[in-house]
Write a protein that binds this ligand. Structure first.
Ligand SMILES: Cc1cc2nc3c(=O)[nH]c(=O)nc-3n(C[C@H](O)[C@H](O)[C@H](O)COP(=O)(O)OP(=O)(O)OC[C@H]3O[C@@H](n4cnc5c(N)ncnc54)[C@H](O)[C@@H]3O)c2cc1C
Length: 477
């Protein structure tokens, strides 16, 4: 039972210690401020324990298996005997310390921060009340700032029969001790495609169920088409335009009832799908709904991202960072936000130079499938919807010298989107082996608004994958 408490005065409260919250809280504490970090689960948030890091360990291992299968035709023969238990061990022992955040907590408290474990809510404009895990309650009033970094949770659709079954979200999938014999992946976004391919490479028979017509629907359509082709070749079945209308779990098997999405007529008839495991990867829900914005006088409809100023303030001294800020649900955005906010707080506190505000015209992101899909800025469709005078250039990576040398596993493309009136790239996609690395030069071009005419005068090393970039630029029309 929570007890009433006196208000404790501090400089800064960070509510939610995701990647940006953790780095901001640590830096502000190291700068000598009295900082309280409030965390309900694990310091570091989704990325190190349930997201980026464990999923990329699975992908790295799966890619090694896929490369072994590419030896015939290039270098003789090799036998691969994939063993998922090694992956599981690496995630548990090396990456997450068995889902224990003691090291991260110590990193923060070692800088002078105070970690408060519990669930926090705003109880005033710069006041946070925490229901402690041990049953008590503490209230903190922040002199300088409250930084909200609540992040997201896996969205679980309200479908008859699903609740109470042992289905996976990303959080259970990365804790799997073994690869299941068969898996239904419900969803077609980045988390879904990455985990679908990773498990496939350890022998799991994967079927994906998509509500819409394509994989990676937020990317360029060519990215979804490419992945669909690669997945077909790898034996991953992709069912499109389907709603899941019921789920059941019996005798260790999941059964899903599927019908045409949105009750469309003329589509495929209702079907039933069974598998040993079900991964629900249908998106994320905002934890922001639980932090009591209205107590700070903030009106939010709970849908679109709340309105922020260019230093990510909801109100004076009340900041919102990370996935909840709505500029891209990526770790690098959360950390970028943490840096902006830290700079702003220190500038106001001790006159240090401000580090600048948010500018979202060149947000990069990578889906770590094989081939990797990297994107930055606007897609062609987004650029057209923004009313720009759009020119598009495209080149197939397999046709490049490096693609030809690479041979198996060489599928990919570069697509560039130019605003013809300013002569700069406003978006680009780099798909292929190391597509996320090739993205770096395209991200720079979009970020720094380098004229296409200048990019065309650059010398590109031979025979690299990034030498496909000038081919895409030549194609701009
Ligand atoms: C499977 C998967 C793979 C991913 N891979 C990548 C990748 O490769 N690259 C990439 O950039 N991104 C990736 N992401 C996204 C990335 O994990 C997030 O963008 C990142 O964690 C940043 O989120 P955040 O800062 O908003 O907060 P989160 O990481 O969501 O952390 C928020 C924290 O706040 C705490 N919290 C919430 N409400 C309260 C409250 N009321 N009181 C106290 N504490 C609270 C939560 O417990 C949590 O620890 C992946 C995500 C998933 C699911």
């Amino acid at each position: 039972m929570a007890t009433a408490s006196e208000v404790e005065n501090v400089d800064v409260v960070v509510l939610g210690m995701g990647p940006g919250g953790e780095s901001a809280a640590g830096e502000l504490a190291a700068a000598g401020l009295a900082v309280v970090g409030v965390e309900a689960r694990l310091v570091g948030g989704e990325c190190p324990y349930y997201g980026c890091i464990p999923s990329k360990i699975m992908i790295r291992a799966g890619n090694a298996v896929a490369e072994a299968h590419r030896v015939p035709g290039l270098a003789g023969t090799v036998q691969a005997h994939p063993d998922f238990s090694q992956v599981a061990r690496r995630i548990r022992d090396e990456a997450t310390d068995n889902w224990n955040d003691a090291a991260a907590a110590k990193r923060f408290t070692g800088k002078g921060g105070v970690l408060v474990r519990g669930t926090g809510r705003l109880s005033g404009p710069r006041e946070v009340t925490v229901d402690l895990h041990d049953g008590g309650r503490r209230t903190f009033r922040a002199r300088l700032a409250v930084v909200l970094n609540p992040g997201t949770n896996p969205a679980v659709p309200d479908v008859p029969g699903l609740a109470g079954t042992p289905f996976w979200t990303n959080r259970e999938a990365v804790q799997a001790a073994d690869a299941p014999a068969s898996l239904i992946v419900w969803g077609g976004g980045a988390v879904a495609v990455e985990l679908a391919q990773a498990f496939t490479r350890f022998g799991t028979k994967v079927t994906m169920v998509l509500r819409g017509p394509r994989l990676l629907s937020r990317e360029e359509p060519e990215a979804g088409q490419l992945l669909a082709k690669v997945f077909r070749e790898e034996g991953i079945k992709v069912l499109r335009n389907r709603d899941v209308t019921a789920v059941s779990h019996k005798d260790g098997k999941f059964s899903l009832e599927l019908s045409p999405a949105g009750g469309r007529s003329g589509g495929s008839r209702s079907t039933r799908l069974t598998a040993g495991q079900l991964l629900v990867a249908t998106g994320r829900t905002q934890a922001l709904a639980g932090v009591g914005l209205s107590e700070a006088g903030i009106v939010w409809d709970g849908k679109a991202a709340p309105e922020l100023d260019d230093h990510l303030q909801l109100a004076d001294g009340l900041y919102l960072i990370g996935d909840a800020a709505g500029a891209g649900a990526f770790t690098h955005m959360s950390m970028h936000h943490g840096n902006i906010v830290t700079g702003h707080i220190l500038a106001r506190h001790n006159g240090q130079p401000d580090r600048g505000g948010a500018d979202n015209h060149a947000v990069p992101h990578v889906t770590f499938t094989d081939p990797e899909i990297g994107g930055v800025g606007l897609t062609e469709q987004q650029a057209r919807e923004a009313g720009l005078e759009v020119r598009v250039g495209f080149t197939d990576l397999a046709d490049s010298t490096r693609g030809w040398i690479h041979k198996s596993g060489n599928q990919g493309f570069i697509k560039v989107v130019q605003d013809a009136s300013s002569g700069v790239l406003v978006g680009a996609t780099s798909a292929g082996p190391m597509g996320g690395e090739v993205l770096s030069m395209l991200a720079l071009a979009v970020h720094a608004r380098i004229p296409v005419a200048t990019l065309k005068t650059m010398v590109y090393a031979y025979p690299t994958f990034h030498r496909a970039v000038p081919e895409a630029l030549k194609d701009l029309a």
